[in-house]
Design a protein around this ligand. Structure first.
Ligand code: SUG
Length: 474
């Protein structure tokens, strides 16, 4: 079927001098992962301090899902397009079958709880909610064929996350199904050499969303050759080779990509993804001074931006002295969303943890007061996600879209005010407000989850997508 995937639909818009096609009407869609009914604290993400700290704590899936919907409503209320990415079904019973468990689904879960409890935690992970890791997205203004390129992340660094790739691929193909507008690539080969953590390690700087931009790929290590020293405490998750593969397959011009390495010391301090120490939006970049191994990289990026686009990059570097990395990790200041407002300027959506920290709060207040694009800071409470190391920015995938592309996105996932109300009602009907580890093998929870997800696919008009809907039983 090479034909469709290879089809090139040259955009009819004018070419911008910097390369791709510019469309001033382009906007950035925030595609947030909806928290699933089995949200729990598995302690699964080695190197993610919050996940490690909360292992085994009782969770509140209902509060988690409502917090996420609340954040989406806040963002939509700012006039920023917002959409919903459905949760993956967990526990992942088909994976347990591949790993040798047999019997009915209920028996599979009971046997897994008895014989391999760590595995039950892993196949039940809440992690699909952090949509920043779902994929890497290159807007059409940047790509050689003028289409939006999307590559689901293989997430091979952690077993529980690697289970997301296939279903994410299926979902994204359904949501971005128009081959004239979107190319949804398969995930990169699932091997540590190609370890890909998605947009958590990708930033895009541009004079405007619709203009060609500089795509910044941040990696943790080089896999096929030694490059400097590795972190000693925690693993560097993302390989340079994965980023290079994405640059090639998305058709990004060499003069508008930048590869930057995370500082191994930052990884050891708990910066498991770049979006824990840096955030960019259009012509604004907020970065911690010790985020990247090359301390001159941020300034060089600013010079490159100016040379390419003839306008300055608003670069804000937060020093280690002012906010140590440990505090950046605890507050998740850099995991704020920076959003372009329809009326002009930008807003920051920061976790409430930043309001409680005097320095983080002061930095955010200064951003608003100083000359620059930031107009306002909005604090959101996403505590259930933060306990697993996921802040506001982790919960969303950014997809820059021109009006024509936006019209081609599956409409059922868009968060209208009515759909937000429907989703809240759906959560309140189906989600528990307390979950402990043993519950993951509860046959009643399995039934509740499937009933909920079945209803969700109707609510979002997605048709049958979940394995329990599409695949014959045992
Ligand atoms: O991969 N936590 C996720 C958090 C991802 C945050 N995303 C971004 N930074 N973009 C992770 O470390 C913990 C799951 C658990 O322990 O149950 C987890 O996978």
């Amino acid at each position: 079927m090479g034909g469709r995937g290879d089809r090139v639909d040259r955009p009819t818009r004018g070419k911008d001098p910097a390369g791709g096609a510019a469309d001033p009407a382009a906007v950035e869609l925030q595609l947030d992962g909806l928290v699933g009914p089995t949200h729990h604290y598995g302690g699964l993400a080695y190197g993610n301090l919050a996940s490690m700290d909360h292992q085994g704590a009782p969770s509140d899936p209902r509060a988690a899902a409502l917090e996420g919907i609340g954040k989406m409503e806040r963002v939509a209320g700012l006039g920023v397009p917002q959409a919903v990415l459905p949760p993956h079904e967990r526990p992942d019973v088909p994976t347990l079958r591949r790993l040798g468990f047999t019997g009915t689904d209920e028996q599979v879960l009971a046997r897994c709880l008895r014989d391999a409890p760590d595995l039950l935690a892993a196949v039940s992970s809440a992690s699909s909610m952090w949509a920043a890791n779902a994929a890497t997205v290159s807007p059409s203004a940047d790509t050689a064929d003028g289409r939006v390129h999307i590559t689901p992340a293989n997430l091979v660094s952690h077993f529980h996350r690697s289970l997301e790739a296939a279903f994410t691929h299926r979902l994204l193909r359904r949501i971005f199904s128009d081959p004239d507008r979107f190319v949804v690539h398969p995930p990169l080969p699932p091997n540590p050499a190609m370890a890909d953590e998605g947009a958590a390690n990708h930033m895009r700087l541009a004079p405007g969303h619709g203009a060609p931009g500089i795509e910044v790929f941040v990696y943790g290590r080089r896999a096929l050759r030694v490059e400097g020293r590795e972190p000693t405490r925690f693993p560097a998750r993302h390989s340079r080779e994965a980023s290079e593969a994405l640059i090639r397959s998305h058709g990004l011009p060499a003069e508008r990509v930048v590869l930057v390495r995370q500082d191994p010391k930052a990884v050891d301090a708990g910066v498991f993804h770049n979006d824990v120490a840096a955030v960019g939006n259009e012509d604004f970049l907020l970065v911690h001074s010790e985020a990247w191994a090359d301390r001159a990289a941020a300034r060089r990026l600013a010079r490159r931006f100016e040379a390419a686009f003839g306008t300055p990059l608003h670069l804000e570097v937060v020093s280690e002295k002012r906010l140590p990395l440990s505090r950046a990790v605890a507050t998740y200041l850099f995991n704020s969303q920076v959003l372009t407002l329809p009326e002009g300027g930008m807003a920051v959506v920061a976790p409430t943890e930043c309001r409680r920290d005097a320095v983080a709060r002061e930095i955010l207040t200064e951003l608003v007061e100083r000359p620059g694009p930031i107009r306002a800071v909005h604090y959101v409470h996403v505590r259930q996600s933060m306990r697993n190391g996921g802040g506001p920015a982790c919960l969303r995938l950014r997809v820059v879209l021109t009006p024509i592309e936006r019209a081609a996105v599956h409409p059922g996932v868009m968060l209208t005010p009515e759909r937000a109300v429907a989703l809240r009602g759906w959560v309140n009907r189906h989600y528990r407000d307390r979950l402990v580890f043993q519950d993951l093998a509860d046959p009643q929870l399995l039934r509740e989850t499937r009933t909920a997800l079945d209803e969700l696919t109707r609510l979002l008009g997605l048709g049958s997508v979940y394995p329990f809907q599409t695949e014959p039983g045992p």
